[in-house]
Design a protein around this ligand. Structure first.
Ligand code: DON
Length: 313
């Protein structure tokens, strides 16, 4: 951490959170998964950790929320570690779609009919079918354990209310998964694959958990505590590239211009991002903009990135 930032972040963060919080009123909490609609619309919290383990937080950083699409970064990494690049990129592409995260529009328009990338819903469902394990339960446990290691939090667990709520209402994801099965993209039983997907989306975290996971990516896969390689560098590179091109869905181009950091959002209002080599950052702000990203969270990141010249570009 540069001396200037050490001095300024702790004192400025609370006021930047409060000034960004005013945008919440222009956003909406996700309600297509009914349980998510209970989240507090005015909440905004942030946690930052640097490579030496110094941490800072402000606002509602203790709020528990589910990872939702943020988990897709890590299932992609685990699928790459389990299968290698050739197998994974036989099932999902490498390109942004420009469509909504739950769109199945392009699946019929291009050949082969594989999802455009692993961060849209169709792509993440295809990735769920590539996680190694002898049963759906074992596969889900491997994902949860991987995230427990990366977050350095052994008690990470599912929010079973959110899990059930999504599983009971996921007509669109179900139709997409059956379509993928028919196209030969999914291995295994469709409902088993969906169960793995719903479970990883419903893993409950705080901003500090996201910041810790992000720090491992910021350090190119090394544990901040021990220096041990938790993720091969190549797979971190792939994940960070997808975060830049598709991590904020069809607002990724705008986010790259305004903030310029690899990031991944979820419909619960979480954002995982990092300043490579320096910080892991976790944010929560359940009020979403029209593209499905935390409206106040994005505003807060714009302020931080501009103030400290964090953009990679
Ligand atoms: O499948 C879904 O719709 C949710 N479980 C995850 C979507 C999501 O987080 C998209 N984020 N912006």
């Amino acid at each position: 951490m540069s001396l200037d930032e050490i001095d300024r972040i702790p004192s400025l963060l609370p006021q930047w959170v409060e000034s960004s919080r005013q945008y919440c009123i222009n956003g909406k909490v996700a309600s297509y998964i009914p349980e998510l609609s209970k989240a507090p619309i005015e909440a905004l919290g942030i946690h930052l950790i640097d490579a030496q383990g110094h941490s800072m937080s402000a606002g509602d950083s203790d709020l528990l929320f589910t990872m939702q699409s943020i988990s897709k970064v890590f299932t992609l990494i685990l699928a790459l570690m389990d299968n290698g690049e050739d197998v994974v990129f036989d099932k999902v592409g490498m390109e942004p779609t420009g469509d909504n995260f739950n769109s199945m529009l392009k699946l019929e328009l291009v050949q082969p009919g594989i999802p455009f990338n692993p961060l849209i819903n169709a792509g993440a469902i295809a990735i769920s079918s590539l996680i190694a394990g002898n049963s759906p339960i074992e596969k889900s446990e491997r994902v949860l354990n991987f995230l427990r290691v990366l977050s350095n939090n052994r008690s990470l667990a599912y929010d079973m209310d959110v899990y059930r709520s999504e599983s009971e209402t996921a007509n669109l994801n179900r139709s997409m998964a059956y379509f993928l099965k028919d196209n030969g993209v999914l291995d295994g039983q469709v409902e088993d694959v969906l169960d793995i997907y719903f479970r990883h989306c419903s893993i409950s975290v705080t901003c500090a958990d996201l910041a810790q996971m992000a720090l491992v990516l910021a350090l190119n896969g090394k544990s901040p505590e021990t220096g041990e390689t938790l993720i091969p560098r190549r797979y971190v590179q792939i994940a960070k590239t997808f975060m830049i091109t598709c991590g904020m869905y069809n607002a990724s181009g705008e986010f790259a211009i305004q903030v310029g950091l690899p990031a991944k959002s979820g419909v619960s209002g979480g954002i995982l991002t990092m300043v490579p080599g320096r910080y892991g950052i976790g944010i929560v702000g359940p009020a979403l903009n029209r593209k499905g990203n935390s409206i106040a969270g994005v505003a807060l990141l714009e302020t931080l990135s501009n103030e400290f010249d964090w953009s990679l570009f």
